[in-house]
Design a protein around this ligand. Structure first.
Ligand SMILES: Nc1ncnc2c1ncn2[C@@H]1O[C@H](COP(=O)(O)OP(=O)(O)O)[C@@H](O)[C@H]1O
Ligand SMILES: [Mg+2]
Length: 365
């Protein structure tokens, strides 16, 4: 697995900057027959300008719910129950509503939705989407907006005039993803959030989209969050990684260090799985068992214990807190980090061979 980052110096510089987005102790619940159940529990994370953060975990771990919380856009029957999301120059978006919230979306936070492949209205051209976006944000200089969109599009290798005249069905998957990024950034958002940006794409388009994300990120000094179930994707682009399981951020830290020295048993299994089988569904296939559903998440104790090779009695009773076990490295696990913290190979050994029918991500077409 490669662990390239655009520039280690840039990433280091980013770490000293104040956060563009500061998520603190965020809990998001969905209303169900069994009451309010948490899909995200007590999550804290910072996004900094100049830094790409990768949020990785299996399908169902709460990544999209967390990402949508940054826009205060968790769909009903979900709601943010505790915590805050401070956005630089805006304030706590969990307290905004109505017009201010709508303006924040787009102008401060650019969002490319999961399944953005189909997020454009099929009856409107890209140009019409752009003008509608401008009007909804009360942009006076619509010509300037179109110029900026064309400039962004050209820099992403698109034929801007053609794309603005096109309908969704006239664009390839990779082109739609680029259009999504243009629309996310055209109002000068400093934060770019991409939910599963490469999931529906073939390998060549995946590489092209990641390349573009890296370039626009760097050129605009964005704070970028890439949400994906694919460890391979984040290991290529992220400066910082946050690993999510069962609604918790179970580990986070600088990407290169975390990939070389994974500490949480779940992270080790993910990396082991990805390293062993190079393939797009490797991650989901190589981990035994299923990610927890909302009802099991509400139990006491560590959410990963049922699938954990290092589970101990204490894991049944107490949910481990996220603590800094080494400078800049955080994890939520009761096991001693020094205690046989094996590398990815050892983690792989703890994971049974994949079963073909076990591919239950449900995220690929
Ligand atoms: N609208 C909803 N109603 C009820 N439960 C939901 C809803 N959306 C997501 N969930 C549940 O919340 C959990 C997290 O989902 P999600 O944030 O989509 O995870 P991910 O993006 O990591 O796949 C899952 O258990 C999912 O079933
Ligand atoms: Mg998702």
């Amino acid at each position: 697995m490669t662990t390239q980052t655009p520039s280690h110096d840039e990433a280091r510089a980013a770490r000293g900057r104040p956060a563009e987005v500061s998520i603190r102790d965020l809990t998001v619940v969905y209303r169900t027959d069994q009451g309010d159940l948490p899909a995200v529990s007590h999550a804290s994370l910072d996004l900094r300008a100049g830094e790409i953060t990768g949020l990785v975990g299996e399908s169902g771990s709460g990544k999209s719910t967390l990402a949508l919380s940054l826009l205060n856009a968790v769909p009903s029957p979900g709601r943010i129950s505790t915590g805050s999301v401070e956005v630089a120059g805006i304030g706590d978006v969990t307290r905004l509503d109505g017009r201010r919230l709508r303006r924040t979306r787009g102008s401060a936070l650019g969002y490319v939705f999961q399944a953005s492949q189909n997020s454009l209205n099929p009856l409107k051209t890209v140009g019409k989407h752009l003008l509608d976006l401008g009007r909804s944000h009360e942009v006076e200089d619509l010509r300037g907006l179109v110029r900026r969109a064309k400039d962004l599009a050209e820099r992403m290798g698109l034929d801007a005039d053609r794309v603005l005249d096109s309908y969704q069905h006239e664009l390839s998957g990779g082109m739609r993803q680029r259009v999504g990024i243009v629309l996310a950034l055209v109002l000068n958002a400093k934060v770019l959030i991409l939910d599963e940006p490469t999931t529906a794409l073939d390998m060549i388009s995946q590489a092209a989209v990641l390349d573009i994300v890296r370039t626009v990120h760097r050129e605009n000094q964005l704070a970028t969050l890439i949400v994906t179930h694919d460890m391979g994707v984040v290991s290529e682009v992220a400066d910082r990684l946050a690993v999510m399981y069962g609604g918790r951020i179970v580990e986070h830290g600088p990407a290169v260090d975390l990939l070389q020295r994974p500490s949480h048993p779940y992270t080790r299994a993910l990396i082991g799985a990805t390293a062993r089988i190079v393939g797009d569904t490797a991650l989901a296939r190589a981990l035994p068992g299923r990610p927890p559903d909302l009802t099991t998440l509400a139990r006491h104790g560590c959410v990963f214990r049922d699938r954990c090779p290092s589970a101990m009695p204490v894991c049944e009773e107490t949910d481990p807190a996220l603590v800094e076990w080494s400078p800049g490295r955080f994890r939520a696990c009761h096991a001693d980090p020094a205690d046989g913290a094996p590398g990815p190979e050892a983690a792989t050994a703890a994971v049974p061979a994949p079963r073909a029918q076990d591919d239950a991500t449900g995220e690929r077409p």
